[in-house]
Design a protein around this ligand. Structure first.
Ligand SMILES: Cc1cc2nc3c(=O)[nH]c(=O)nc-3n(C[C@H](O)[C@H](O)[C@H](O)COP(=O)(O)OP(=O)(O)OC[C@H]3O[C@@H](n4cnc5c(N)ncnc54)[C@H](O)[C@@H]3O)c2cc1C
Length: 388
C-alpha cells in the first residue's frame, strides 16, 4: 500500500507536547503533519499550569530539575513569541508561589525541601506563619510557616494549547483529524502510521507524542514501546468574583495529611484547585471522594473558598514514566522518535521539548541538555496490563 499523504515529520498526538514539536519542526523547514482526532485537547484541558521547577523538586529528581529549569528560563521568550505570532493571551502570570505548612509534620517536611533547594542552588525563602499571612491574608490562621518561591509561575494550559494549534496552522503544519491505529513499518524502519479508516500517512520520521496513550500504538516493536502509564488527576475550578478584591495573589500549595493540594489563581478570576494522584488505568471519572478531599484540604489552607462559586470538576491523565522524567528523541527503531512521559511537568516542559525535538529531527541527535532523557535509558517496556 502506498501512503495517501507524506511528510518529512508526522507527529502522533496533538496535545501540547505534540503540537510544540510540530510547530518547532515546521519552523525549521520540515514538512510536518499531526494526527489526532482532537488536536489541542488532552491533559492540558485539566492541568493547573504551574511552572513549578523549584516547588516540584523531589528527592532523586535532580537530573529532571536541570531540564525543568532550562524550560522555565525559556518561558518568558516562548510565551512572548507565541502571543505575538497568534494574538492569543496565554494567561502567563509571573506571580510566584507560596508553599505552606499547617502542622509540625508539614513544617518539618517543608524545612527538608528548603534544605534540598538550598543545596541545589535554588532561590527560596523561609517565612514564619505571620509573614505568610501578610503576603496572603486569606490563609488560615493555623499556617505554621512556608517557603516563598518567586520564580515559580503559571500559565493557562487551555490557552497554551489553543495558541499552539494556531501557531501550527500558521507554520503550515497539516492536521489529520484521525486516530492512528498502528505504526507502518518497512523492514527495520518506521514509515508512517495507518489510521482507523485504513488510510496510510507516510513520513520520513514519526514522533510518538500520544501522552498517556503512547504505549498503545499497535505494531510498535516491544523494545521501543514507551513505558508510560496514565496517572489520574482530579481538579476543581471555582470563580473568584472581582468584587471581593484580590483573593490570592500567587499560587498557594501545601501537603495536607500526605496529599498535595494547590490553589492557582488566574487573572481571569478562575481559581484552580488540584489535584489527586491516582493509579486507575484510563478511568477519568470525577468522584465525590476526589472532589471532597480537594475541597476539604484547600479549605484548611484558605477557609474563604467555601464562599466561591464552583464552576467545574474534571479529571485528566498524566503520562507517567518509570523515573517521572520524559522520554525524548530517537529510539532504537530508525525513523521513530518519542516525545512523551512528561508526567506532572508537561506544561512546564513544553518550551524545552519543542527545541529539543526540533534539534533531534534536524540533526538525528539530542542536544547536550536532553541526553539523560533518551528513551534508550529504558530496556524493553515493562507495562502493567491496563483495562482498555
Ligand atoms: C490534573 C493534572 C494537573 C496537571 N498540572 C500540571 C501543572 O500544574 N504543571 C505542569 O507542568 N503539568 C501539569 N500536568 C501535566 C501536563 O498536563 C501533561 O504532562 C501534558 O499535558 C502532557 O501533554 P502530552 O501532549 O504529552 O499528552 P496529552 O495531553 O495526553 O495529549 C496526547 C494527545 O495524543 C492523542 N493521541 C494519543 N494516541 C493517539 C493516536 N494513536 N492517534 C491519534 N492521536 C493520539 C490524544 O488524543 C491527545 O490529544 C497536569 C496534568 C494533570 C492531569
Amino acid at each position: 500500500m502506498s501512503p495517501t499523504h507524506t511528510s518529512d515529520v508526522l507527529v502522533v498526538g496533538g496535545g501540547i507536547i505534540g503540537l510544540v514539536t510540530a510547530w518547532r519542526a515546521a519552523q525549521r523547514g520540515l514538512a510536518t503533519a499531526v494526527v489526532d482526532p482532537e488536536p489541542g485537547g488532552g491533559a492540558a484541558r485539566v492541568a493547573a499550569g504551574m511552572l513549578a521547577a523549584v516547588t516540584e523538586l523531589h528527592y532523586g529528581e535532580q537530573t529532571l530539575l536541570g531540564l525543568n529549569l532550562a524550560s522555565a528560563r525559556r518561558y518568558p521568550d516562548f510565551a512572548a513569541e507565541l502571543t505575538e505570532l497568534t494574538g492569543h493571551d496565554l494567561g502567563y502570570r509571573r506571580c510566584g508561589t507560596l508553599a505552606v505548612a499547617l502542622d509540625a509534620d508539614d513544617r518539618a517536611h517543608l524545612r527538608e525541601l528548603h534544605a534540598l533547594q538550598q543545596r541545589s542552588g535554588l532561590d527560596s525563602q523561609w517565612l514564619s506563619g505571620r509573614e505568610c499571612r501578610r503576603l496572603e491574608p486569606m490563609l488560615a490562621p493555623g499556617v505554621r510557616g512556608g517557603l516563598r518561591v518567586d520564580g515559580d509561575h503559571q500559565i493557562d494550559p487551555r490557552r497554551l494549547a489553543a495558541a499552539l494549534v494556531t501557531a501550527c496552522e500558521r507554520a503550515g503544519v497539516v492536521v489529520h483529524r484521525a486516530w492512528a491505529e498502528r505504526l507502518a513499518l518497512a523492514g527495520d524502519r518506521a514509515t508512517g502510521v495507518v489510521t482507523a479508516d485504513g488510510t496510510e500517512l507516510g513520513a520520513g520520521q514519526v514522533v510518538l507524542a500520544g501522552g498517556s496513550l503512547s504505549g498503545r500504538l499497535a505494531d510498535v516493536p516491544p523494545d521501543v514501546l514507551p513505558p508510560v502509564r496514565p496517572v489520574k488527576g482530579q481538579v476543581v475550578r471555582l470563580t473568584m468574583p472581582a468584587r471581593l478584591g484580590p483573593f490570592l495573589n500567587r499560587t498557594v500549595r501545601a501537603v495536607v495529611r500526605g496529599s498535595h493540594v494547590y490553589l492557582v489563581p488566574r487573572e481571569s478570576g478562575e481559581l484552580v484547585i488540584g489535584a489527586t494522584s491516582e493509579e486507575m488505568g484510563w478511568d477519568t471519572t470525577v468522584t465525590a471522594g476526589g472532589v471532597y478531599e480537594l475541597l476539604r484540604d484547600a479549605h484548611e489552607l484558605v477557609p474563604g473558598i467555601t464562599e466561591l462559586p464552583l464552576t467545574e470538576t474534571r479529571a485528566g491523565l498524566r503520562p507517567g514514566s518509570p523515573d517521572n522524567a520524559p522520554l525524548l528523541g530517537p529510539t532504537g527503531l530508525e525513523g521513530l522518535l518519542l516525545a512523551t512521559g512528561h508526567y506532572r511537568n508537561g506544561v512546564l516542559l513544553t518550551p524545552v521539548t519543542g527545541d529539543v525535538m526540533a534539534h533531534a529531527l534536524t540533526t538525528g541527535e539530542l542536544p547536550e541538555e536532553a541526553r539523560p532523557f533518551t528513551p534508550r535509558r529504558f530496556g524493553a517496556a515493562v507495562l502493567t496490563e491496563q483495562p482498555a
